[in-house]
Design a protein around this ligand. Structure first.
Ligand code: HGY
Ligand code: MN
Ligand code: MN
Length: 409
């Protein structure tokens, strides 16, 4: 009989098999075959624990343990199961696995809650396929209209609903969830930074999450022959993009207070070695704990980009995602600290530099988050690793907290 830590390890090992890039980290794009394999695994584990399983019109997965109160709002626990390209095994799945194990403890200990317990596995948190991110959670709370959703396309022009149908998902299922059906939401996530490891503390109680925006910048120029086009007669989209991108970091440094800016994705068209590029599309990710910093850097970035609108170059900026900094629910933060103390599990308070589905739900229900250490502070890379012992500690804290939340009025 496997113990909790061993079960967690087995879940993580199994789910990490479902990748499009074996040997080069986890690549699990939303509505891909790897999504389908993971989805089937999660649903099978939910069923094993006697949960009532359903999916919504975005492909989010729900496993419900009914309580004694009928039609009562759920205490929800979960995270996402998509990944960045060539990412790690823990970003997202650690939270889904922890939720599955909390549900198992309810069943194993024959604890029938008053309010229902609901495990959720969310899609497209990273935005790796359809851009933006936090798609599954934004969909649930109604921040994504049906048109917005169905107009999302991947880099090959495949729409969300076409991709869903390809793996047998039904986009016509109900999508938006009434916030009154949510009593609270808990999420375990890896820290994705060095703080907990350096402090040698196994658990972080998240106080607040940074605000963030994701811009998509398009630079249009004129394609031409690399050999026959004189240097003074070019409108080179890639040279312009490079001149812009090189100037962005200084905006974040000048803003200070932990403000960060990143260009992580860049596509060149037509991408031929002997062709002057006529179009470049790149991302700009801006974050800060203070909203004014994010807004200032957005403004400076847009001004800089606009200043290149000349000499045959056309620039445009689309905002794919904007979300303000979020402070998590004080009552749940205290509950998580109280339960950690009750279990003699060392913890500290911590803020999140990463965005999470919890920040979306925090405007609609009471939200709490726990972090566990990331080895060498690494994440969004194949080296990402966390200790299942720490996940097990978070499971115990969530189990105690969820019992209180499913009993409390
Ligand atoms: O980008 C983030 O902060 C998260 O990993 N989606
Ligand atoms: Mn994540
Ligand atoms: Mn991530």
């Amino acid at each position: 009989m496997l113990d909790l830590k061993e079960r967690i390890e087995e879940h993580i090992d199994q789910i990490s098999e479902f990748t499009a890039t074996p040997g080069k980290g986890t690549t699990r794009l939303t509505y891909s075959q790897e999504d389908l394999q993971t989805r089937n695994y999660i649903k099978s584990k939910m069923k094993e624990n006697g949960l009532k399983v359903k999916e919504d019109g975005f492909g989010n997965i729900f496993g419900k343990l009914e309580g004694t109160l009928k039609d009562a709002p759920s205490v929800m626990i979960g995270s996402h199961f998509d990944s960045v390209p060539n990412g790690g095994s823990y970003d997202g799945p650690a939270g889904v696995v922890a939720a599955l194990e909390v549900a198992r403890l309810f069943v194993e200990n024959k604890f029938t809650p008053k309010y229902p317990l609901e495990i959720i596995a969310l899609v497209e948190e990273e935005g790796s396929r359809f851009g933006g991110g936090l798609m599954g959670s934004r969909g649930i709370v109604g921040l994504l209209s049906n048109d917005d959703f169905r107009n999302l396309k991947d880099k090959d022009g495949v729409s969300t609903e076409e991709a869903m149908a390809k793996i047998g998902l039904d986009p016509s299922l109900p999508r938006i969830r009434d916030p009154k059906t949510m009593k609270s939401f808990l999420e375990l996530h890896i820290e994705q930074g060095p703080i907990l490891e350096e402090k040698k503390i196994p658990v972080g109680v998240v106080e607040a999450i940074v605000g963030l925006t994701q811009l998509e910048v398009t630079i249009k120029g004129q394609a031409g022959h690399a050999g026959t086009t004189p240097m003074d007669r070019r409108a080179d989209a890639l040279v312009t993009a490079a001149q812009i991108i090189g100037q962005l970091p200084q905006f974040a440094v000048a803003e200070g207070e932990g403000t960060v800016i990143t260009t992580g994705r860049l596509n060149v068209f037509p991408n031929g070695a002997n062709v002057i590029p006529d179009q470049v599309v790149f991302s700009v990710d801006i974050r800060s704990g203070m909203e004014k910093n994010v807004l200032n850097v957005i403004e400076k970035t847009k001004e800089l980009i606009d200043s290149f609108n000349k000499d045959g170059i056309e620039t445009s900026v689309e905002q794919l995602l904007y979300i303000q900094p979020k402070e998590l629910n004080a009552g749940i933060r205290s509950l998580l600290k109280e339960k950690s103390e009750g279990l003699n599990i060392p913890y500290c308070s911590i803020n999140s530099g990463a965005g999470h589905d919890a920040m979306v739900f925090s405007d609609y229900t009471e939200v709490g988050m726990l972090f566990i250490p990331s080895k060498d502070g690494l994440s969004h890379c194949p080296e990402e690793w966390s200790d299942s012992e720490d996940i097990a500690k978070a499971v115990q804290i969530f189990y105690e907290a969820a019992k209180s939340l499913t009993e409390a009025e």
